[in-house]
Design a protein. Sequence first.
Length: 328
Amino acid sequence: MTVESWTPERWQTEVRGGLATLRELDPMLATRMVYGADEVGRLSFGLITRQPPGLPQLSDAVTIVRAEREHDGTWILLLTLEDAKFSEVFMQLCGHVHEKVSESMTESGGLFTAMECFAEWRQLFQASKRRVLSMEECRGLFAELDFGFNVLGQRVGSSLIIEGWQGPYGSDQDFQFVEVHYEVKSRHASTHALRIASEYQLDGDNIVLVSVEVADSAKSLPGFTSLADKVVLARDSVALDDGDLDAFDSALDELGFDPSEEFYAGTYFSSRSLDYYVVSDGFPRITPRDLAPGVTGVKYRLELTALDEFAIDAETALSRMQNYRDLN
């Protein structure tokens, strides 16, 4: 079936006619997509990718499953509608994702677009996510902005950084590019371990773990920047590089960051040091392949002293973006 012949309305007609499997829309698309239904007629729509997709959230009416396909090693992100009364709006969502993703020339671009679409539609399904971030979340966001838009952005430009900033949309690593994925972790000077959020976070190849020592203060001290100002500086760098400001704002909104919240203007941080580790063979990590069937949602801590042999210098860590810059 070609892209031109598919519509959400035809999809529902096929399901009513007994369709109880998944069909691919167009295998020639950079980001492959499937549609169909399960054995009880629940509408299903998904993406097939070579790289692990993020795991977005929509509402209780939609189940989202991410899984690696054993026969070819690709990944599927599958949305299944649990409540048939939302069929029309679900089809509109999937039709919108299909239309936007089909325009992408690369798989990574298609995934980014899909995650943006999910974030936009989530705002229709749920009340606003905006709230005051916890101090831990503030430190984490400060570390991501500092590494992404200050350190890495100085090398390749902020317009490329915003394209790769996938963490806010549920991706396993914060910044995902063709040649390398960067997972950024903030820590206090007195902290000797990094928190890993899931068995997927360090799963895969070409991952660099970035540890950022972040100090915080309730007062404006030399060398400290408020989180509000840090966001403004990052956004300005995107604008100066002719980057996608809507994408930047969408990422912050997905995190629940409200720029008008006074708390962020009076909370100050400073990045004291950045350490880099290559996640390679022998790296101490838990992956889905290490777990018994049915075990998921694993969280654990990595002692920094156990990572010494995997430490790399900044030049080695950042030079992995060279090919990505040359391609763009």
